[in-house]
Every structure is written in C-alpha cells, then in structure tokens.
Design a protein around this ligand. Structure first.
Ligand SMILES: Nc1ncnc2c1ncn2[C@@H]1O[C@H](COP(=O)(O)OP(=O)(O)OP(=O)(O)O)[C@@H](O)[C@H]1O
Ligand SMILES: [Mg+2]
Length: 510
C-alpha cells in the first residue's frame, strides 16, 4: 500500500508510548481505509487500548505521527478528535448514570448559553439515528436502569450524533450476550457499508473472521503484521498473537466423582425489584466435576450467583456445602466454609482500583498471617505473595506496586482469578471466568479449572459462551426462568439442543 493514500481515513506512523519506563506501544504503524472494518488483536496488555486512546486524543504519543484523512493532527483531547470525525466506545462505558439516555447523547452538544435548548429537535434526531441503524433505546430511561447492551447502543448513537466517520470500539462484545453480539455485528456492517471506518478490538477470533476485512496483530507493544482476514484461519491469528500454537480444546480425563459438595434445594431468590428470579432451583455438584450453567442472560443467573456468595437474600430453600447449611450466611462465613467465587461483575466487586496489585491480592485476608503480625502489616510477605501469583498467572507487567487501575483490562481479570483460585476452595464458582481474556490466557484458565476438578474440587461454571460451557463441563444444567429445566451430559450436548432448551423449548432424548 502507498504511504499516503486518499482512501486511508487513519494513518498512524511510528507510534511509541512510554509510561514511566514501560513501552506500551513501540513504533506501531496502522492504516485504516474508508469503509473498512479493521480488527486489532493482541494479548492482554499488548497495547491495544493505549494505541486507540492515542488515536482518540486521550493520550499524546511519545513519538509518531497521526493523520486523519491525509491531514496530520495533534489532538489535545477527545474534543479535538471528535471535531475530526472520530468516535470511541470504550472498554468501560463513560455515561452519566443519573441522566437519561437522551441527555447523555446530547450532552456537550447543546446550543450555546442563553439560547434555550431545543430538546424536541435533539430527541427527534436521536430517534432518527436509532431507527436508521436499528440501535434500540428507551430515550427517557435513566442510564443506571438500562442494560449493558443498551448502554453500548447509547454510546454508539452518541458518537453518530457527533457525526463520527471513524468509530473505535474497544472490546464491545466482551459485555454482550450472544444475541446482542449478532445484532452488533449487523450494525457495524451497515456503518461500514456507508463508508465509515470501524476499528474494533476483540479477543474473539470467530468475530474477527465474521466481521473484519483486515486485522492488525500487536504483541507486547510491537506490531507483528496486518493481514487480510479472508487469507488466515483462527489458528493462524492465535499463533501470530501469542507467538505459539494455542489449544482450543481442553483435554480432560474421565471425572472421578466424590461426595456431594454443593447442594441447592428448592431455591428462591428475588431480584432488586422484588421479582422472584430464582424460582425453585435444584442442583447438586459432586466433588471432582465441573457443572456448567447454560442460559440466556436474565434467567436468574446473576441472582443465583449473588445468593450463593452471600450478597443477596435467599427467600426460601437451602444451600449446603458438604452437607453444612450455609443459607443466608455472610460472604465471609461462606468463604470460610470453602466456597470461593470469581465474581461476575469484576469492575464493581473485584478490585479496588486505587489499591496496588499486592493489596488487591490479599483484599479479604489482610488481617491474617503472614500478611499481618501483631497488628502490623508485613509488607515483605504481601509483596512476595503478589510476586508469586503474578508469576503463576502471568500478570503483566510484574509490578506488585502498580495500582490496579493502571493494569490493562485483561490483566485486572487475571489478578482477581489468581486471588480467588489461590485460596484452594472446595467449591469454586466461576462466573464468566474468561470474559475479556486473550486466547492464551483463556487456555490457561481452562486448564486450571480442569486441574481443580481433577484435584477433587467441585466447579460451578456460569458462562454465556456456549463453546466454553461445552468444552469444560462434565454436566450442563440449562437454566430457564429461574429453574434448571434439564441437565445434559457434557460429552453429548450440542449447541442446537442447548439453544432450544435455553429458549424454553424441549428436545427428544435418546
Ligand atoms: N496510564 C497508565 N499508566 C501506566 N501503565 C499503563 C497505563 N495505561 C496502560 N498501561 C500499561 O500499558 C500496557 C498496555 O495496556 P493496554 O491497556 O493498552 O493493553 P490492552 O492491549 O488494551 O490489553 P487488554 O486486552 O487486557 O485490554 C499494560 O501493561 C498497562 O499496564
Ligand atoms: Mg484494553
């Protein structure tokens, strides 16, 4: 490709970004054409969000040149980027919760002071965009009350409202259900068909194959290649990204089953609005097995998880661990009874962003030996512990003193995983355990969960990724409207049967 080409909407040349002494981006080139969907692929911490934050004016590059439609730019902030036609939907949304959907969309775009805002006109324009691109929203709802999927649609309309022609999506599908992902793919296609440029960061290789025209692969801050997606397989992409071959299927021996480790009987749990979301659920897990829960979002999974970990009241029914009743105990009592939890909502419940990685690693254990002795914190023990875990779980960079908030999205996940799994629980609840992780890290976590099972732990896996559920589970329990409607053998379950059951249908059993 020529160096300067009028069909290129974005040209980034020789981009380097240094944080302290750490090179997050190292001499990266990226060009994106008009009407193209360009994927950015790379391991957790590879430098993808950093590169896009530079493009969007959030960071200035330490070195390098950015051109938009052939014109060299130097953005002082996102405001400048928006003026040049850029829009970004971030890894963590940036909406204002108490404001309505429409207010969020038009925020900052209202007419100047003194002239009263023509709200009606603004709303009409918002709804026109919503209809044109099939971005379903409830304009008058407050952002705090809408689903994650809708928050994302609001972010997209917000960018389109500001006339974005170059749209950056940082892991848009990590927080979506499979149904929402299919919708988003159609929306992105129609935007590209209109000549807009789309840059999308995703760890899901099948999405890249389904969606993108070209893909740029980054490894540890360095660009490896830009490829035509049609010319490469998912395996090729994985290998370029990680630098070795990746196993997509986790090997596991026949399960050796022990006693019942977790038993849920006739469980009833209400959601925040008082609606019964878990409605007479029965399920038991034996030591040495992985049971996966498959279901469409909103069928009681979140309430079940919260009730199991002591964060939500059980209305009736019982939860037992090794025959010991732990119904409605506190999170700490439940933990001490041998149940650990990789929480679903890791931004809210997982990490304290302003604490260091080392502090986060002992969040629930800071009063215990060896981390505390005679009422004083033992810093050396805390740091050593963090170093060990960071090594085993490949948290990058290996800096126990880093603030959790400055780690990349995927590395934040690894910190939580390390902390929760390390406690060696009898029962491990893994909710969306690989959300936001790269394929290499997923492979690692999958092996780890199987190892736990082989060691005689009971693992309850809750995931929207059917592939993940099918790959790992010895048994698959389908949840529908708060009940387990059927349990299938993990070796024979297929996507079609699961899909039917998840939608409330039935299947013929052989
Ligand atoms: N503000 C910052 N201060 C210090 N280090 C930072 C900062 N922002 C990013 N980094 C570091 O730069 C590296 C790249 O981070 P980045 O967020 O770009 O990764 P990523 O490719 O988006 O990863 P992920 O897939 O996990 O989201 C990480 O090691 C991260 O810790
Ligand atoms: Mg990122």
């Amino acid at each position: 490709m020529a160096d300067t080409n009028s069909s290129n909407s974005v040209e980034m040349r020789g981009i380097t970004k240094v944080f302290g002494t750490f090179k997050a981006n190292d001499n990266i080139d990226l060009t994106v054409k008009k009407g193209e969907i360009h994927a950015l692929l790379g391991e957790n911490g590879a430098g993808k969000s950093t590169l896009m934050n530079i493009l969007y004016g959030l960071y200035s590059p330490t070195e390098g040149v950015v051109k938009i439609n052939g014109e060299e730019v130097s953005f002082g902030g996102p405001r400048d980027a928006i003026k040049k036609g850029l829009g970004m939907v971030h890894q963590h949304f940036m909406l204002i919760e108490p404001f309505t959907v429409v207010e969020n969309i038009i925020l900052g775009e209202e007419p100047v002071k003194g002239i009263s805002l023509d709200k009606k006109q603004a709303e009409d324009k918002v709804m026109e965009l919503s209809n044109r691109y099939g971005l379903r929203i409830s304009p008058q709802d407050k952002v705090e009350d809408i689903s994650v999927g809708m928050q994302q649609r609001v972010e997209i309309i917000k960018a389109l409202y500001r006339k974005a022609e170059i749209l950056i999506f940082d892991e848009p599908t990590a927080v979506l259900t499979p149904q929402e992902i299919e919708e988003l793919i159609l929306i992105l296609r129609s935007l590209a068909d209109e000549g807009k440029s789309i840059i999308i960061i995703t760890h899901k290789l099948d999405e890249i194959k389904a969606l993108a025209d070209r893909c740029t692969i980054i490894r540890r801050g360095v660009k490896i290649d830009t490829v035509n997606v049609a010319d490469v397989s998912e395996e090729d992409l994985a290998e370029m990204m990680v630098g070795r071959q990746v196993e997509f299927k986790t090997e596991k021996p026949e399960p050796v089953l022990g006693d019942v480790a977790l038993e849920l009987s006739d469980l009833h749990v209400k959601d925040a609005r008082g609606i019964m979301k878990v409605n007479g659920l029965n399920l038991s897990l034996r030591a040495g097995e992985i049971v996966g829960i498959a279901g469409i979002d909103g069928n009681g999974q979140s309430e079940l998880l919260e009730a199991l970990t002591g964060l939500r009241k059980v209305e009736s029914g019982t939860v037992k661990i090794h025959n010991k009743d732990i119904t409605n105990k506190t999170p700490k009592e439940i933990r001490d009874s041998g149940l650990n939890n990789i929480p679903e909502d890791r931004n809210k419940r997982g990490l304290v962003q302003e604490f260091t990685v080392a502090e986060n690693m002992i969040l629930q254990r800071y009063g215990e030996e060896p981390y505390s002795k005679g009422g004083r914190l033992n810093n050396k023990a805390i740091i050593d512990h963090a170093k060990d875990l960071m090594e085993s779980y490949d948290v990058r960079p290996r800096e126990p003193g880093y603030l959790a908030g400055s780690l990349s999205g995927g590395n934040q996940q690894k910190v939580i995983l390390a902390r929760e799994i390390h406690d060696d629980p009898d029962v491990l609840i893994a909710a969306q355990p690989t959300r936001g992780l790269d394929v290499g890290a997923i492979e690692y976590i999958h092996r780890f969960l199987v190892e736990q099972r082989n060691k005689g732990k009971a693992v309850l896996l809750v995931s929207f990724e059917l592939d993940e559920v099918m790959n790992l589970s010895d048994r698959i329990a389908v949840i529908f409207e708060g009940e387990i409607v059927k349990t299938l053998d993990g070796n024979v379950a297929n996507e079609k049967d699961l899909g039917l059951l998840m939608a409330g249908g039935d299947i013929d059993e052989k």
